[in-house]
Design a protein around this ligand. Structure first.
Ligand code: NOJ
Length: 564
């Protein structure tokens, strides 16, 4: 039997910003529970909850103080139990975020570890002597500055690939691994349906943690080649399967910055029992310059076609893709790849079509289904994200102008995805009756769930349709992918084929009308239009066709069945 996660659609909830039930301005578990019906109506199968564990919130819950407690602001374990029960009663599944590359520095393992060099937990973290007055190596933290912090008490440095309050766990230590597996089994025994694993390809570091090459002008070097997909990563994941996951019918998705298709084949090949799928990042890096995400560079459609197709082909035989344009770390896709002005609705539908007709498991991030956009904050005081606040300081110190910095933040800050979910045109978008922890996007009167549900032509109803089609057409789940019109600079087009069935997917990626002529062998003559976003246009079944701005069309044919 085919695993359930292959024909599932996952919906990601960032609890802090989803729904506030007690008016403290912070989303919570009862808030999530109150919206389950909405998710059921949308048709999704699986909910992925971003971290809800006890945390001092240096990185909004990705810094965990206690893996087996719920964050006070989000409610209690009893609320969580109720939530899981209700999710299951409604026929949906729940996966939890597993953040085990690092913990919070307030986790008892770390507070112990700091005590002395011979503490039982010392080796749960990565401690090193400095080099003279300098850090043990020249790696840069992913949130800026050195990846090392000196702890005066024992006069050693600890490694933190993210913030200082997120010390990296030492996976070389058998006791640590054992404690993690035990914690995972505790959640699995509670009945969860899987894990999304945070930066899981960072857990194995190259033994001697060598210096990386410094690029001109840099104080710190990346270091990532010494900790991404490190020497023992496959061993650790296989061990995790044996010792934690075995015996549970669950899904696993590993977040993996910098993963290449050849590595993903290994991670997701079922015969190796490591992970079901990975989140790769290649397509998330196509609109940046060589200096990283803050250096903006326009996306070229050809690059996107090449990249997504490469992944489709690579995981065709073995392995499985996850499909996403959005999550809590990325700007809103309609602002990034579409048009969040006049063509917002149409371009959001086009992007959804492009993604949902591919092979893999689609992920919808809260608000994507109503076409939420990036947020036009005007002051740094409106931002909350640690990465954003750090880079702002760094770029200011480097002498960059406010104007330039804001251009980058408006395009790329993670807070673009973290403003409160827009439920209605009520005050604070219906998210809270209190003061939200981060400002609501001012466009909530126009863009909100209530309005979207009432309008049969909304993005929301289009997502419902796409999700429903996946349930009815096996070719969407299992068909073989083939890119067509490879060199067309405006249109992303592909086919999916399964025995005698075929889908032909055509997406005009830009706001200008364009025409295409389909390659030989791809015939529309016997096809029907399954779904599309340009109802206003007459749809001709010719092999030469004109696509209106941001048009998306999916044609379906089955051999021997004509559309007469
Ligand atoms: C990836 C998570 O998605 C992100 O939000 C977080 O800041 C880092 N990992 C560190 O946990």
């Amino acid at each position: 039997m085919e695993p359930w996660w292959k024909n599932s659609v996952v919906y990601q909830i960032y609890p802090r910003s989803f729904m506030d039930s007690n008016n403290d301005g912070i989303g919570d578990l009862q808030g999530v529970k109150s919206k389950l019906n909405y998710l059921k109506q949308l048709g999704i199968d699986v909910i992925w909850l971003s971290p809800v564990y006890d945390s001092p919130n240096d990185d909004n819950g990705y810094d965990i103080r206690d893996y087996q407690q719920i964050m006070d602001e989000f409610g209690t374990m009893d609320d969580w139990d109720q939530l899981l029960k209700e999710v299951h009663d409604m026929g949906m599944k729940l996966i939890m975020d597993l953040v085990v590359n690092h913990s919070s520095d307030e986790h008892v393992w770390f507070t112990q570890s700091k005590q002395s060099k011979d503490n039982h937990y010392r080796d749960y973290y990565i401690w090193r002597d400095g080099k003279g007055l300098k850090e043990p190596n020249n790696w840069r933290s992913n949130f800026g500055g050195s990846a090392w912090k000196l702890d005066e008490q024992t006069d050693q440095y600890y490694l933190h690939l993210f913030s200082e309050k997120q010390p990296d766990l030492n996976w070389e230590n058998r006791n640590l691994r054992h404690d993690i597996y035990q914690m995972m089994r505790w959640w699995l025994n509670k009945g969860i349906d899987g894990f999304r694993m945070d930066v899981i390809n960072f857990i194995s570091k190259v033994d001697d943690l060598p210096d990386d090459e410094l690029k001109p002008g840099q104080t710190y070097a990346s270091g990532s080649k010494y900790y991404r997909n490190g020497p023992k990563i496959h061993e650790f994941l296989q061990e995790m399967n044996k010792e934690a996951l075995a015996g549970f019918d669950v899904m696993t998705v590993g977040e993996m910055p910098g993963v290449q298709p050849e590595q993903a084949q290994l991670y997701t090949d079922p015969s190796r029992t490591e992970l079901n799928m990975v989140f790769q990042f290649e397509h998330m890096g196509l609109d940046q310059g060589p200096n990283g995400k803050w250096e903006l560079s326009p996306l070229k459609l050809r690059d996107l076609k090449r990249s997504l197709s490469k992944w489709q082909y690579a995981l065709e035989e073995k392995g499985w893709n996850s499909l996403y344009f959005n999550n809590h770390d990325q700007p809103r896709s309609v602002s990034r790849f579409g048009d969040d002005g006049v063509c917002r609705i149409k371009s959001a539908k086009m992007l959804a079509t492009l993604l949902h007709m591919m092979k893999g498991t689609p992920y919808v991030y809260q608000g994507e289904e109503i076409g939420m956009t990036n947020v036009p904050f005007t002051s740094i005081n409106q931002y909350r994200d640690i990465e954003t606040l750090n880079i702002y300081k760094e770029l200011r110190a480097d002498g960059k102008s406010e104007e330039d910095i804001f251009k980058s933040l408006h395009a790329k800050s993670r807070d673009n995805a973290r403003t409160p979910m827009q439920w209605s045109d009520q005050e604070q978008a219906g998210f809270t009756n209190g003061v939200p922890w981060i400002d609501v996007n001012p466009n909530y009167k126009e863009i909100n769930v209530q309005k979207a549900i009432a309008d049969p032509h909304s993005i929301y109803h289009y997502y419902r349709k796409l999700i429903e089609l996946r349930k009815s057409y096996d070719v969407i789940v299992n068909g073989t992918y083939e890119l067509i019109l490879e060199d067309d600079p405006n249109v992303f087009a592909y086919t999916r084929t399964l025995e005698d069935e075929q889908l032909i997917v055509l997406c005009n990626f830009y706001g200008k009308k364009t025409s295409v002529s389909l390659p030989e062998g791809v015939q529309l003559s016997e096809a029907t239009l399954l779904v599309g976003n340009d109802e206003e246009n007459e749809i001709g079944l010719e092999n030469e066709l004109v696509l209106s701005p941001y048009a998306a069309r999916v044609y379906y044919k089955k051999e021997g069945v004509t559309n007469e």
